[in-house]
Design a protein around this ligand. Structure first.
Ligand code: MTE
Length: 315
């Protein structure tokens, strides 16, 4: 696996005078509190193909990543159907350009931003993370993205911002699964501010060095590696800052089964199945079941966030 892909040719890079002028324009739009939906910056994120990034071994596990085929053909993305194969079969109807994200709530900088502007100046990293679904299967994935904290800081959250909420696109034309009432649409998720700004929490735009396949949540998704996969919301179009704990779709759908925190915890079973072990997708049959790790193996980095909390009640 390459750790770096060739950078774009100098002739393709926006000249500094254009860049800085653009920066000034965006800064002015932001300062005025107006929408910053100016013409998009030249794409730092291609619509498809290879990305430019550096590997971040500090935040990577040494386990063998799953094959791309395993990551991109066994998905949960109910907007495209409920079978594991449905997203890879149906997500071609999602148009990921142009894409904009609305930022609202308890922050000084609000408005609607082109994806390109949100990503401008963000250095992309590859991080190999464990990924644990609440359904007791797991993967190891080489994501490409950047810390969510470095995006949130640009919006200058106020002291009232205690939570961040995220919303997926709602468009039944592009997302045929939304014509069914299997979940309340649009898909919603949320994090406490200290979880959102933890260095492990990633905004993801790619995997295996390339732009995210649509079925994995293109063009922008969240990854919170110590939590069950349903927290990792896909195809994000809104980011909001709030004083109150946001709703999250699976909790609204089945509050007794899915909580807000959703920290991976082998000691707290799902009411209908054990969480003590998990099945690693793609592993040989006998090696496939392995013990679930507290906080999915990230306890050393994140357990302190929950000190004093009853993790059975706050599941
Ligand atoms: N985001 C949206 N918008 N819709 C979904 O159905 N499923 C969640 C999460 N994010 C989901 C979503 C669940 S249950 C899991 S396990 C992960 O996405 C799966 O991510 P993957 O398909 O990339 O492995």
């Amino acid at each position: 696996m390459p750790t770096r892909v060739p950078r774009i040719a100098p002739s393709e890079i926006t000249p500094p005078e254009v860049y800085f002028n653009r920066r000034t324009l965006i800064a002015a739009a932001l300062a005025s509190g107006a929408s910053a939906l100016l013409p998009a910056a030249e794409a730092p994120l291609p619509a498809s193909g290879a990305l430019s990034y550096t590997a971040n071994p500090r935040y990577s596990v040494s386990e063998q990543p799953n094959k791309l085929q395993e990551i991109a053909a066994y998905n949960n993305f109910y907007e495209f159907g409920t079978d594991k194969e449905s997203p890879s079969e149906n997500a071609h109807s999602l148009r990921t350009r142009p894409w904009s994200v609305q930022v609202y709530g308890e922050a000084e900088v609000r408005g609607t931003f082109h994806l390109e502007d949100l990503l401008e100046g963000q250095a992309l990293e590859e991080r190999i993370y464990r990924f644990r679904c609440v359904e007791a299967w797991s993967l190891v994935v080489p994501w490409v993205g950047f810390p969510l904290s470095s995006l949130l800081a640009r919006f200058k959250p106020t002291s009232r911002a205690k939570f961040v909420e995220f919303t997926t696109l709602y468009d039944p034309q592009q997302m045929p699964g939304q014509r069914s009432r299997v979940l309340n649409w649009p898909y919603l998720e949320g994090l406490r501010m200290d979880e959102a700004t933890h260095p492990l929490t990633l905004m993801v735009v790619g995997l295996y060095g390339r732009v995210l396949p649509n079925q994995d949540g293109a063009p922008l998704r969240l990854i919170v590696p110590w939590k069950y996969g349903f927290k990792s919301i896909k195809s994000i179009v809104k980011i909001g800052f709030s004083a109150a704990q946001p709703r999250n779709t699976w909790n609204v759908s089945a509050p007794g089964e899915y909580g807000f925190y959703a920290n991976v915890n082998p000691q707290v079973d799902h009411p209908r199945w054990s969480q003590a072990t998990e099945r690693r997708i793609g592993a040989p049959f006998l090696a496939a079941r392995r013990p679930t790790l507290p906080f999915n193996g990230y306890a050393e980095q994140v357990a302190s966030l929950y000190q004093g909390m009853d993790l059975r009640r706050n599941f």
